[in-house]
Design a protein around this ligand. Structure first.
Ligand code: DX5
Ligand code: ZN
Length: 221
């Protein structure tokens, strides 16, 4: 059953608590949190302080932290201490991603590798069995509200095939450009966790209804 994970990048931070509780009321179990350092991506967001706030608002949720930073190793301990459950990082940002996966596991979280649209899926095949999740980026990382890059559906299909061939249960998360029109199709292609920012938070008075509607579209897969 595919799951929806709202990305707080698009929420109204002056209403963080209300908006997160509205999403939870709609049945959301996973929250996606984009940490950006202004180096790996040209945008700057937030870090452990906000993760801790989300954890306090939603004690039971799975906090999926997407590190878009140059030196992810330096933030693993503090992100997990703040409440992060699943940590994604980009393999391009480290000399040896196997070491960073081990660090994440040792600190007690689940590991995920994030693939930019231009990064081939084969890059991560050697360590696929160590991963809880692969995060397939369907826009270039950095900003919410971008358009889905066409061709990424094929990448999701190939990733699904690679996981099945190896007899693994790795989650395939997708991130960026999800709309009401493509969400069902993306779940059908094999996405098991679907991040959605602007789609969930653009109409603040309708978050609960929107989440319920989107869940209905994807929970059949
Ligand atoms: C982009 C972020 C995404 C972003 C998605 O760099 O990693 O998580 O929040 O936003 P939407 O769903 O608006 O494309
Ligand atoms: Zn993200």
């Amino acid at each position: 059953m595919a799951q929806l994970a709202p990305s707080i990048l698009s929420c109204d931070f002056s209403q963080l608590k209300e908006q997160l509780l509205s999403a939870q009321l709609g049945g959301v179990k996973i929250i996606h949190i984009d940490v950006m350092d202004g180096h790996f991506v040209p945008n700057l967001t937030f870090g452990p302080i906000i993760i801790k706030a989300v954890r306090e608002i939603l004690p039971q949720a799975i906090l999926d932290v997407h590190l878009m930073v140059d030196n992810p190793k330096a933030y693993i301990a503090s992100v997990i201490q703040a409440g992060g459950d699943v940590i994604s990082f980009h393999p391009e940002t480290v000399p040896d991603y196997g070491i960073v996966i081990k660090d994440i596991l040792r600190e007690g979280a689940k590991a995920s590798l994030a693939l930019c649209p231009g990064t081939p899926i084969e890059t991560i095949f050697p360590l696929l069995p160590e991963l809880h999740q692969v995060l397939v980026m369907t826009v270039n990382p950095g900003f919410g509200g971008q358009k889905f890059i066409s061709g990424m559906e094929d990448k999701i299909l190939r990733m699904r095939k690679a996981i099945q061939e190896r007899g693994l249960t790795t989650e395939i998360a997708i991130d960026g450009g999800v709309t009401e029109d493509n969400i069902e199709f993306l779940a059908a292609c094999g996405a098991s966790i679907i991040m959605a920012g602007s789609l969930v938070f653009s109409q603040p008075d309708q978050i609960t209804e929107k989440v319920k509607k989107l869940r209905q579209k994807i929970e059949i897969f």
